[in-house]
Ligand binder design. Structure first.
Ligand code: ADP
Length: 156
């Protein structure tokens, strides 16, 4: 299937900020060649967490998940790249850090399911909805980098 340039939404969670891992997490995405087209700190409101984790509100752990997501600001990012939605999920690793593949952010840097450092959109529809949820149009920046030809173009 031909690759497409996609945008995907990342939230770097409070445990990453508390553990001074913000730079490390951002660097892993940068080193892949993903382009940061939006980035900001924000305090999530209860409503935003409820909307974002609507598929989990009935779970017994939801109360503590919500509290956790509001402990500190989160760093929200939009990353652009070739098939970036799947690429980023692979870099992030599976939900349980102890089952995630070595080399992923979650496997390398965390151990515990609730505090697994990063959220990343898991589908085209989710990415579209989540980018819209956390970023206004004028907070997203289309710009050229001299490395685009290697990361996005013919590759030579
Ligand atoms: P992912 O973040 O990998 O897309 P989910 O959407 O299923 O996974 O879950 C969202 C977040 O909720 C997880 O990243 C984790 O922080 C938390 N979570 C998921 N399952 C549990 C659980 N069983 N106990 C506590 N927290 C959980």
């Amino acid at each position: 299937m031909p690759s497409t340039i996609q945008r995907t939404l990342i939230l770097i969670k409070p445990d990453a900020l508390q553990r001074d891992l913000l730079g490390e997490v951002v660097q892993r995405f940068e080193r892949k060649g993903l382009k940061i087209v939006g980035m900001k700190f924000m305090h999530l409101s209860e409503g935003m967490v409820d909307e974002h984790y609507a598929h989990l509100v009935a779970k017994s752990f939801y109360g503590s998940l919500k509290q956790f997501m509001m402990q500190t600001p989160v760093c929200a990012m939009v990353l652009e790249g070739l098939d970036s939605i799947d690429s980023v999920r692979k870099i992030v690793g599976s939900t349980n850090p102890r089952e995630a593949d070595a080399g992923t952010i979650r496997a390398d840097l965390s151990m515990n399911v609730p505090s697994n450092l990063v959220h990343a959109s898991d589908s085209v529809d989710a990415a579209a909805a989540e980018v819209k949820r956390f970023f206004k149009d004028d907070e997203l920046f289309a710009y050229e980098k001299i490395t685009d030809r290697y990361a996005f173009g013919e590759g030579v």
